[in-house]
Design a protein around this ligand. Sequence first.
Ligand code: FES
Length: 111
Amino acid sequence: MTMNHPVINHNKPWIKLIDVAEVKQGASRFNYADKACFVVRDGEAFQVFDSICPHKAVNMPCDAIEGMTLVCPMHSWRFNLETGECLENGNFTPLTRIKHKVEGGVLYLSV
Ligand code: FES
């Protein structure tokens, strides 16, 4: 994890997102509560990013996923889904990571 990534972690109780058996390899979008996140699976390793664009807070939809790139529909900023980094020129804010864990075959979020 890159140290300068914002991370959502309010030390709240873990909430179940989904059984890992239901998460495909690569990137997927999931809803939880009234929010959403992008889950990136590489084998048994997972990364979870908030679906809110760090530019102007647009909630990026499922079809923003283009392979391992996330393309915001509002201003077309692109994000690397392997790292969360913004791919535009300049020092732009990366995607926000969401603290997560896998336990008993379940992916949990701390949000
Ligand atoms: S709101 Fe996402 S690129 Fe502007």
